[in-house]
Ligand binder design. Structure first.
Ligand SMILES: C[S@@+](CC[C@H](N)C(=O)[O-])C[C@H]1O[C@@H](n2cnc3c(N)ncnc32)[C@H](O)[C@@H]1O
Length: 268
């Protein structure tokens, strides 16, 4: 990487803790590949109107609501954060799907569901945050019926990253730890899933941004920015965090050469 200095954040207390707090407050969570990647994941998991689906780490409930609205399936969304679950419930109400979805606070590594319950478990940009990734994926397998699918979309290193980039991404993105294609695929195999379908996709900073905008309606998007600016204005700790994780625009474009996203699906 050409500009080491600019990507190395200064020492702070725990900036990671602001990552999800900020996203929940401004009502926007994301994953790479946006809506196109979500559709690919849904198709690969064979989700249709008869499916009972678990959306792990649902964030503000965008995919949970989308699945039930567009595919007619019943969905349970879980997230570790109470604030995310609240945002999800508000979204479901706004979208008129409150009676078809359910949201709960729960840890992916210790799911509060009985064995063989769901037809599919999906998660988007969640396993990177897990302390014990293998335990989480084994939990997903436990709660799906025989023949059911586990599928996830995760940021994937496609070129060996410089250590300072790994450290920066972890600090800026809530302590995330990304794996390579082999690393993510091994988790499905390690859980005893079969018929693995997996692939990686490259993207650019522009395309990723455009995907995020496309996934939200303009009112939600402007509202999110309004909340974000108001938070920055009111909370000096948030301002400090944003300053510390900010990198020059040029670096943002450059770092996309090291990672893309991967879609990984296995069958029980
Ligand atoms: C980057 S966001 C992605 C949210 C959503 N899937 C999306 O694509 O918009 C990651 C989410 O995973 C949740 N999360 C992190 N660790 C978790 C865990 N152990 N169990 C459940 N959810 C978790 C976070 O609270 C956050 O809402």
């Amino acid at each position: 990487m050409e500009n080491k200095e600019q990507l190395t954040p200064k020492e702070t207390s725990e900036p990671e803790s602001y990552y999800f707090e900020l996203q929940a407050s401004w009502g926007l969570t994301k994953h790479m590949g946006g809506l196109n990647a979500t559709r690919d994941l849904i198709e690969l998991c064979h989700i249709d109107k008869d499916s009972y689906v678990l959306d792990v780490g649902c964030g503000v409930g965008m995919t949970t609501c989308y699945m039930t609205k567009e595919y007619g399936c019943k969905v349970v969304g879980i997230d570790l954060s109470e604030m995310m679950v609240e945002r999800s419930k508000e979204r479901a109400k706004r979208k008129g799907v409150g009676d078809k979805v359910e949201f709960r606070v729960a840890d992916a590594q210790d799911l509060p569901f009985k064995d063989n319950l769901f037809d599919a478990v999906v998660s988007e940009s969640v396993n990177a945050f897990m302390e014990d990734k293998q335990k989480a994926v084994s939990e997903y397998k436990r709660v799906i019926k025989p023949g059911g699918y586990v599928g996830f979309n995760e940021v994937t290193w496609v070129e060996t990253p410089p250590p300072e980039l790994v450290e920066y991404m972890s600090r800026a993105l809530g302590g995330a730890e990304f794996l390579t294609y082999g690393g993510w695929k091994d988790l499905l195999e390690g859980a005893g899933l079969t018929d693995i379908a997996a692939g990686t996709y490259k993207t650019t900073a522009w395309r990723q941004w455009a995907n995020e905008v496309k996934q939200m309606n303009p009112r939600d998007y402007l509202g999110a920015w309004g909340k974000f600016l108001s938070l920055c204005f009111k909370n000096p700790a948030v301002r400090k965090y944003i300053k510390e994780i900010s990198v020059p625009p040029k670096s943002v474009f450059r770092i996309f050469k090291y990672f893309g996203y991967g879609i990984y699906v296995g069958r029980k």
